[in-house]
Design a protein around this ligand. Structure first.
Ligand code: GCU
Length: 681
């Protein structure tokens, strides 16, 4: 339950005693304030790690004390003490350690709490030397989205694409009486710098607007507040009709506008610090402004305006497409990947300043490999956030280990070359590239009541890494992992080596056995997005296609002959993807339709690459259980067994992936595997 916040004793704790604080000065002791939470964590943390008992003290200048609070609180309490702190941004913090004298000061209370968690993380990793550091978040939006259902016809507390058990928030269409787990979740999130949680599914149910349920939502906000986490809320666009009894939900209709203002007023009366709304509209059958021929901006602004007097944000999702209009058989140029840019075309200067457009990292849907969504290069006057998915919907659903940080790093480092200038995705998201003010990060997390949170111990590195990337895109996936392993398991050299090896190999291995060369994850598209089913990847109404036939495969997304998607990118990138020679192999089939015999840059044919990659990827997964077994006795039995069970399963399932996919393409193409393996096992 405590994940990386175990505060387990470190080796040689005794040796450090002399350098540790013995007193604690909390600059705000009001119960429920983030600073008092920080004080509690420090007591608990230093107690657990070193066995020291911090004596609470009101003495502001205690020599051997850890002082925690905001910069303003510190100067108020110590008017004669001069401190020199580099500039702190909202939620930033400064830590200064000189022996047992530790000062943790935040720009605000939340920053102080982040600083306390950061300090504890360092000492838990054995770092007790003197240091001074300042850390500021790169972006103000560092949210997580839970896809928890509030009403789900019989299956109580379900979570859409949740693989870690029932909702920690909802049960039987109501908010849980006991919100202990919600509080523990908030604690974990605060420790990695997350500042808001949208608690209900983007496919939202309108009934949550019932006054009694709004009251209960406020209970969740109360549980979050001591951790500096704000509550966000998903809306159903048709609520004025479904819930409010109006005849319309047209965003320009006066009665609809009043309806939403009233909802917002009612929510803020109960939750004055609410973060804002998240809206999925006009997508996958959900209602939205397009129903009334209004623009997406009309839709987003409707909510944004109601939030302005409360400083709330309206996060509007760019995941907009109409699956009813997608027909592969008739239209070679139909392409779901084009939808977002088309729908947002011409809207860039139309959004209210408190709208953030939340864009999935790729143009389709959380696949194992996608190019960065071209929409990031089109919205230049609008704040944007990237939507990452910690819950591994298409990536093994936590039954497979897939450490996602290396994938995120590639995406965030990708340079879109807008106007032929450096335009890394991370610089768009931190606001620097286009001077946007409220950009950032959203992560779909979907934890549940399972004591592992996500259903798998090793999957928690993804949540940890998400927080680190949302704080700073300069983070390094391997360093994050090392930190996480030390905090979650131990700093034993073998433990570090084995978990690092498994995790760092896991994404490439999964890509190899589940769908490579940019073909997408070849999972079953109709039933749950799990397990191999390449046949389901064509002819489906969801627009996730491979266009595989007896001789050829791949989506032609070129301008000259295909869906034109390559042309949605800024010119340098567009010409790279337009041309088969300059398209990287790992996105070849995303952008081009080629014969199975097409030669890759490696010299192999597409089909042989498929065969080999599926063998290679599953061979890597076969090594995971053995590697893990070498840790027997070094990891507590419960976690050891839990992880081993899953790794054995993954090794087996990777063979199923390998053989189903390879056999499928052998049957389709009739081209045998050069090495004679496929079909002969
Ligand atoms: C995916 C996912 C859905 C989800 C949708 C979204 O398609 O499978 O469950 O509702 O994304 O992000 O809105």
């Amino acid at each position: 339950l405590n994940a990386w916040l175990r505060y387990a004793p470190i080796q040689n704790a005794q040796a450090f005693q002399a350098r540790l604080p013995t007193g604690l000065v909390a600059l705000n002791t009001t119960s429920g304030s983030p600073v008092s939470t920080a004080a509690r964590e420090l007591t608990q943390g230093l107690g657990g790690i070193f066995g020291v008992r911090l004596a609470a003290s009101a003495e502001p200048r205690g020599r051997n004390a850890v002082t925690v609070g905001t910069v303003a609180q510190f100067t108020d309490a110590n008017p004669t003490v001069r401190i020199h702190i580099p500039e702190l941004k909202e939620d930033g913090f400064h830590i200064n350690v000189e022996g047992g004298s530790v000062r943790i000061l935040g720009q605000n209370e939340r920053g102080a709490l982040y600083g306390a968690f950061h300090y504890l993380s360092l000492v838990a990793q054995g770092n007790v030397s003197d240091f001074s550091l300042t850390s500021n978040p790169q972006a103000p939006v560092r949210w997580v989205n839970q896809w928890d259902n509030t009403q789900d016809g019989g299956t109580h507390g379900s979570v859409e694409r949740g693989y870690g058990g029932k909702s920690v928030f909802f049960w039987e269409g109501r908010i849980r009486e006991d919100l202990t787990r919600a509080g523990q979740y908030a604690r974990l999130l605060a420790s990695i710098g997350i500042n808001a949680v949208v608690v209900n599914n983007v496919n939202a149910n309108a009934t949550l607007l019932h006054p009694e349920l709004m009251d209960s939502l406020a209970r969740i906000a109360n549980v979050f507040r001591p951790y500096g986490i704000q509550l966000g809320f998903s809306l159903n666009f048709a609520a004025p009709q479904l819930y409010g009894g109006l005849s319309t939900f047209d965003p320009l209709d006066k009665s609809v506008i009043n309806f939403w203002q009233n909802v917002t007023d009612n929510l803020y009366a109960r939750i004055p610090d609410m973060a804002g709304y998240l809206v999925k509209a006009s997508s996958e059958g959900q209602p939205g402004p397009l129903t009334y021929n209004r623009t997406l901006a009309d839709g987003a602004n409707l909510f944004a305006r109601t939030l302005q007097k409360y400083n709330g944000i309206c996060v509007f999702r760019a995941f907009v497409y109409d699956h009813r209009n997608l027909n592969q058989t008739v239209d070679w140029k139909a392409d779901r990947a084009n939808a977002a840019v088309q729908f947002f075309n011409g809207l860039d200067n139309k959004f209210e300043p408190n709208v953030v457009v939340q864009i999935k990292y790729g143009p389709i849907d959380f696949q194992v490999r996608e190019p960065v969504s071209p929409l990031f290069s089109h919205l230049r006057k609008t704040s944007t956030a990237v939507e990452l998915q910690i819950t591994q919907e298409y990536l093994g659903q936590q039954a497979h280990v897939v450490y996602l940080a290396p994938m995120w790093k590639e995406l965030l480092d990708f340079d879109l070359r807008v106007d032929s200038k450096p335009s890394r995705l991370s610089d768009i998201l931190n606001g620097s590239r286009f001077n946007t003010s409220i950009s950032g990060y959203a992560g779909v997390v979907n934890v549940g009541m399972n004591t592992t949170w996500l259903g798998s111990h090793l999957a928690m590195s993804n949540l940890y890494a998400y927080g680190k990337f949302a704080w700073s895109a300069a983070s390094d996936p391997k360093d994050i992992l090392t930190e996480w392993i030390k905090l979650t398991f131990s700093d034993d050299a073998d433990v570090l080596r084995v978990i690092t090896e498994i995790s760092m190999q896991s994404w490439p291995a999964y890509e190899n056995y589940s769908g490579n060369l940019g073909i997408q994850t070849l999972a079953d598209i109709l039933l749950g997005h799990y397990g191999p089913n390449p046949g389901s990847q064509d002819g489906n109404p969801w627009g996730q296609w491979t266009r595989a036939d007896a001789d050829t495969i791949g989506m032609d997304r070129t301008v000259k002959n295909g869906t034109g998607n390559a042309g949605q990118y800024p010119s340098e990138i567009a010409s790279m993807y337009e041309n088969i020679e300059t398209t990287p192999d790992n996105l070849l089939l995303w952008f081009h339709h080629v014969p199975y015999t097409q030669k890759l840059k490696s010299g192999k044919t597409v089909i042989q690459h498929f065969y080999d990659a599926h063998y290679n990827g599953s061979a890597v997964a076969q090594t995971f259980p053995k590697l893990w077994e070498s840790l027997k006795g070094k990891i507590d039995k419960e976690r050891y067994e839990h992880v081993l069970y899953r790794l054995v399963y993954q090794a087996g399932h990777s063979l199923v992936w390998r053989d189903s996919v390879n056999n499928f393409y052998l049957n389709k193409s009739s081209i045998p595997d050069e090495k004679g393996r496929v079909g002969n096992y």
